[in-house]
Write a protein that binds this ligand. Sequence first.
Ligand code: GLV
Ligand code: MN
Ligand code: MN
Ligand code: MN
Length: 430
Amino acid sequence: GASGGPSDAASGGALAGGFEQLWKALAPIGRDDRTGGYHRYSWTPAHRECERWFRDEAERRDLTVEADGNGNLVAWWRPDPTRVTGGVVTGSHLDSVPDGGGYDGPLGVVSAFAALDAIRAAGSGGGTAGGTAGGAGRTRPLGIAVFAEEEGARFGVPCLGSRLLTGALEPNRARELRDADGVPLTDAMERAGVPADLGPAPDLLQAPSAFVELHVEQGRALADLGEPVGLARDIWPHGRWRFEFGGRADHAGTAAMADRHDPMLTYAMTALAANKRARLTQARTTFGRVQVEPNATNAVPSLVRAWLDARAADEAGLDALVEEIRRQAGDRAQRDGTRLEVHPESWTPRVEFDVRLRDRLAARLGAPPVLSTQAGHDAGILAAAGIPAAMLFVRNPTGVSHAPEEHAEPADCLAGVDALAAVLTDLLAG
Ligand code: GLV
Ligand code: MN
Ligand code: MN
Ligand code: MN
């Protein structure tokens, strides 16, 4: 289940106990006990509670928490309070998809605290007070980041916080975003007491020399290889498109089948076409969110709004895929007498992670497997902005993600912390 965490039996050490304590404090927040899934939407009470947990853990370690105007947070451990560039940053996100797993995001944040504790414990001073340098030869500050609205579950644009931070998304576009209840982004932030001053925030990360995100694997490559930890090579380009199918509402009994303008039919045929096209091209298409108006059992719908998530190995392939789905949807709309509008909602380019940084991590970790991924991550947004970034994946025995079945075994979580501590120690030294 999603609540599982390392037990002392897994390694017997202080590392296991430290990780388990961190994990146990976070695990109940926003969990639906019926499904075991998580509902941690940005700036809702559950998400705020996760952020409070983060601030408490930072404070316990005498880290200085800084925020930008986009809802991103970084807890800094540094030799002195002056702002230093060239730091090393790790971290992930605490928001979830609807009924998501417990590991996607939080594993990277919990592991970051546990890795920091291990680095300090291994250091000459072994000090835990703020400002005490842990490892001998440590020259760089270490930051633990939590990025806002990574899943885009509330406002529709994934990696919203890191996109705004790096300037990949125009603040004016973000100001237009509304949640499902029509609440604007900045209102949601301000109601939660989070300062909303959207836009590039280079001060928050302070020109890091490296960003390393640890993440649960979202497929089963590591499980198949029998390896607990891997590195990321690249991220497929991906995006979201809102398809709106307009029709004519009518009576479910008296409207003859031939007289209907039923947008549900156009949508259904489009979903089948998207699935077939993705299979033919080794791409990925999903319609995972649909709204129907008026949503009555005994009425032909007037409108179907459906969100296409599409991903492919390269950008030209993705463009062609979406264009073909749009073409087939348009043809079908003509036959059904319905109207089609397609609105792009987000786009993420193909990302290749920094090869030199990856090689350095690979050397430090004994050449673990290197994986391509189809999932988006803040590390990818930072990489696209020119920050040297890398990712560590932790084995997921179910291979399932964005669902309650997502899992990582306690021993593998500790292997992840070990690996993260090792690469951070190396990066902090120079
Ligand atoms: C992020 O989790 C994604 O949808 O790729
Ligand atoms: Mn995710
Ligand atoms: Mn994630
Ligand atoms: Mn994600």
